[in-house]
Design a protein around this ligand. Structure first.
Ligand SMILES: [Zn+2]
Length: 135
């Protein structure tokens, strides 16, 4: 019978994996999703045997972070798959809305503010079309 100490072997896709992130087990690489990440000897880190990325594991929070990457990438172990930590499309959408609104409001606001602070001095603008309705 399968026991909890049954370590998944490389090449078996549907091999049983512990629900908890365990230093003695191997997991699917969250970066390339092809290789297996395994704990490095005498280190609190995981390494992928395919893409060679190195991960720093936090067993208390069940998370791994890419150590040798340019941008911060992290995943939380859900027991059967990795969930990205930094994936936040709502924040990106909100940022795009704020930037877009600022680009629309700012130029028009500057023109309106200039017209409000420096109103025309009595007479007419040069080139202004004056329409006398003869009232
Ligand atoms: Zn990999």
């Amino acid at each position: 019978m399968a026991s909890a100490e049954n370590h998944p072997s490389i090449g078996r896709v549907h091999s049983p994996r512990p629900l908890q992130l365990d230093a003695a087990a191997s997991y699917e690489c969250p970066v390339c999703r092809h290789g297996q990440i395994q704990a490095m000897t005498l280190m609190d880190a995981y390494a992928c045997n395919f893409c060679r990325h190195i991960f720093e594991a936090n067993l208390d929070q069940q998370t791994v972070h890419v150590v040798d990457g340019v941008q911060p990438m992290g995943w939380r172990w859900q027991g059967w798959r990795w969930q990205p930590i930094y994936q936040s499309p709502n924040d990106i959408t909100l940022t795009l809305w704020v930037v877009g609104l600022a680009l629309v409001v700012c130029p028009a606001g500057l023109v309106a503010l200039g017209g409000y602070l420096f109103p025309p001095l009595g007479g007419h603008y040069p080139g202004q079309l004056v329409v006398d309705l003869g009232a």
